[in-house]
Design a protein around this ligand. Sequence first.
Ligand SMILES: Nc1ncnc2c1ncn2[C@@H]1O[C@H](COP(=O)(O)OP(=O)(O)O)[C@@H](O)[C@H]1O
Ligand SMILES: [Mg+2]
Length: 274
Amino acid sequence: MEYAKTDTPAIEVRDLRFSYPDGRAALAGASFTVHQGESVALIGANGTGKSTLLLCLVGILKGSGTVYVLGTEVNSETVFAVRSRIGFVFQNPEHQLFSTSVLDDIVFGPLNLGLSREESLTRADAVLGELNMTEFKHRIPHHLSQGEKKKVALATALAMNPSVLLLDEPTAGLDPRSSTQLIDILLRLKDEGKTMLVATHDMHLAEEVTERVIVLGESRTVVREGVPGDILTDESFLRQHNLIHEHCHIHERTRHGHPHFHRHHEDNHIHPHL
Ligand SMILES: Nc1ncnc2c1ncn2[C@@H]1O[C@H](COP(=O)(O)OP(=O)(O)O)[C@@H](O)[C@H]1O
Ligand SMILES: [Mg+2]
C-alpha cells in the first residue's frame, strides 16, 4: 500500500515529562513532531527515555505535557481509539506473543478491531507472505528463535494495518543475518511511505532506515534533530552522547580508531570489525 508523505503531523509531542514511581525523571520535557509518511529514528544512549517515550505515545504510561497521534490528543478517553491506529512493536517479543500458534497471535489484533475471522485470516496470510514467513504460520511462537519472534511481533502489528508504526529496538539481540533481514523489511515499509518512529541505539539501523533523526540526551530532552547524514557523521557529537565508542580495527593495513557503525560506502564494501 502507498502512503503519501505530507506535512500533516502524525505524532506531536509537547513538553512531555514522566517520572517513574521512585521519582526518577525518565523524560524531562521532550518535544518533537513526526509527519505522516516520515520514517524517523529516536536515538539516545541506554536510559535516555526512548522506551518510556514510546509507551507514553500509546498511553501505556501517562506523563504530563501533550501527545497527539494522528490529530487526536492521547488521554484516558481516546487511548483505545488511538491504539487501534498504531502498531507497537515491543523490544522484547515475549511481551507481544502469547498464543499457541503464530497465526493466532497475528489474527488477534484484526479480530480485536472487529474484523471477521475470514478477513483476519486473509490479513494474516498477506502479512506472513510479505515477511516471507508463511512456513511459520502453525509454529508455536514460544519455540521460535529471537529473530523469528521479532518478525512475528512485527507481523502482529502490521496485521492491524496501522497508520503509524512504533518500534522499540527492533534489531537489539539479533544476529547479523536476522538484523539485516529486519532492516530490509523496515526499508520496504519506509519506501512504501509508512509512518515509522524507531527507537534505537543501533546506528546502522538509524542510518539505513530513517530519513530524520531525533536525539534524546542524558538531560532526557531532545538535544538535536536533523537528517542522518548530518547527525550520524558528527563523531564528536555521537561520542559526547554515548552513541558510539572508539575501537581499533585494521583497515588497509593501517590501524586506526573508527566509529563503531561506520561503513565504507565509498569503497562499496563492508568489512567486519576486529
Ligand atoms: N519501571 C521502571 N521503574 C523505574 N525506573 C525505570 C523503569 N523503567 C525505566 N526506568 C528508568 O527510566 C529511565 C529511562 O528508561 P528507558 O525509557 O527504558 O530508556 P531507554 O529506552 O532509552 O534505554 C532510565 O533511567 C531507567 O532506569
Ligand atoms: Mg529502551
